[in-house]
Ligand binder design. Structure first.
Ligand code: IMP
Ligand code: MG
Length: 194
């Protein structure tokens, strides 16, 4: 289905229902990992799972994923990191810049990094390496989307919502020149409006 927004046509790839169903599955997988890793005898706050959504693109996915995880009994600490690797167009600058760091301590913690999409992989690789450097106990990664075969660095996400074709996708947190993040679906900019 195609919708017109702001003078551009967007083809819907995944609608709200499909996204919600997939997020429930991911939350189950993550809660299984968490159950294995939890320290029931040591409710030390330093051992709480720490979920780090990478801003800005992951905010919608993270909000839905975290609420599903909560329903499954996973109650993590949450902190945010802002990374940027894209200019205001669709081309990656290739360099990842840490614009806002987390405040939580990472050492000896289980960390779940959450991002919107794994494209070149540089963003997730950067964040993952930082967590390892800071002494994380284990680092897992969850992405809503991945573009298979595009990674230029050695990284694979542990939890992946959907694989998408190598086209520019928007909505559900993902933007095109700061637009379309608020859309409740994942879509692709239609060819005829590029
Ligand atoms: P990577 O570092 O190349 O993996 O890219 C990660 C970031 O690039 C994502 O968090 C997005 O913000 C952005 N990005 C990559 N592909 C797309 C896309 O198709 N649509 C919107 N943003 C994208
Ligand atoms: Mg992003």
């Amino acid at each position: 289905m195609q919708v017109a927004i702001g003078g551009k046509s967007i083809d819907i790839l995944y609608d709200e229902q499909r996204i919600a169903a997939r997020i429930t599955q991911l939350a189950y997988q993550i809660s299984g990992w968490h159950a294995e890793r939890a320290h029931p005898a040591a409710p030390d706050p330093d051992h709480h799972l720490l979920v780090i959504p990478l801003l800005r693109g992951s905010f919608v996915f993270a909000a839905d994923l975290l609420r599903e995880m909560s329903r499954l009994g996973v109650h993590p600490h949450i902190d945010f990191m802002t990374l940027s690797s894209y200019d205001s167009n669709t081309e990656s600058s290739g360099e990842v810049v840490l614009q806002r760091d987390i405040r939580e301590v990472v050492k000896a913690r289980d960390i779940l990094l959450v991002d919107d999409i794994l494209d070149s992989g540089r963003t997730l690789h950067f964040a993952r390496s930082l967590m390892v450097e800071r002494g994380a106990r284990q680092v897992k990664t969850a992405v809503l989307l991945e573009k298979p075969g595009k990674a230029v660095v050695d990284i694979r996400a542990d939890y992946i919502g959907f694989s998408v074709p190598d086209q520019f996708v928007v909505g559900y947190g993902l933007d095109y020149a700061h637009q379309y993040r608020e859309l409740p679906f994942i879509g692709v900019m239609a060819e005829n409006t590029e």
